[in-house]
Write a protein that binds this ligand. Sequence first.
Ligand code: OSB
Ligand code: MG
Length: 368
Amino acid sequence: MKIEAVELLRVRMPLVSPFRTSFGTQTHRDVLLVRAHTAGAEGWAECVALSDPLYSSEYASAAHRVIADHLVPRLFAAGDVTAALVAPALEPVRGHRMAKAAVETAVLDAQLKAAGVALRDHLGATQARVVSGVSVGIHDSIPQLLEGVAGYLEAGYARIKLKIEPGWDVAPVAAVRERFGDDILLQVDANSAYTRADARHLRKLDRYDLLLIEQPLDEEDVAGHAELARLLDTPICLDESIVSARAAYEAIRTGACSIVNIKPGRVGGYLEARRVHDVCAAAGVPVWAGGMLETGIGRAANLALAALPNFTLPSDISASDRYYAQDLTEPFRLSDGAIDVPTGPGIGVAPIPEILQDLLVDKELVRP
Ligand code: OSB
Ligand code: MG
């Protein structure tokens, strides 16, 4: 397949409410879309990099430049490509996994759309629906948090994840357990806001029967997570630290985690994400799909991945209206706590042209 041109589109999406984590507050999503033009079909992908380099070193404007100036020229130089040839062609460029993931996914979508094959079938998915969890930001007060959680449980979300940070951890968890009982599935995500010295404090969470604690320590402190795992009863799940299948293998081997959050953008694409899934499955480590406040474009592809057999915990794939009053695609809806996996060719969706036009703030066309 020959890539004729690659278009980079910047879209500004207002969030239905601010989303606060230990690394900052988002009020809108600065989305970078990649569109691959080929003779047979066009492919779409969403780059998950956020506006600022706070969750990861990558950020949207940097991803935009590295795609246009470094990745797409290598893609053109590779000549005829399939999605499986994209990562090898981009391999000389260090890091920039979120940018690489977006390029590979756009090529994969074009390839599968041309062949009439759904991404879920290409990846080997076995589930028709994905059990949906919701990530709940840090709130100004416990009553406000409880009101938010009540709304999500009412909507049918199958699992609640609370964002935590020092000063907002044991009390919100205790309050949610107190109000909603021991039967709800509950977990927490620290986005690396703690240090090894907080181990005694984090042990207080053991009382609340959490499914897991996600990424308590620094991304590079895999050994620290192994140390913490020996001190806590609550299972440790890694997000930021798992940048590849090799990193997953090492984290599991050294006891740093017993559950893995898989975000395709963070590991360089859906093909590497499937390898992370396979490494974890072989080790008996359950996985679930993380989220990056994706629009319908990224959400559709994440659903295909999360339908693989070792995704046995609810994923951070909520309905479109959890973040957006108006999604870029037909909205994804929750029914009985789950979301249907798209069945159409490729990622199964594309932006609605008028909506895209309305929200578009910038675009760049890269030609050979
Ligand atoms: O750590 O999982 C995270 C959002 C942005 C960056 C990092 C994370 C998150 C979320 C939201 O928790 C998940 C989602 O619903 O998309
Ligand atoms: Mg996380």
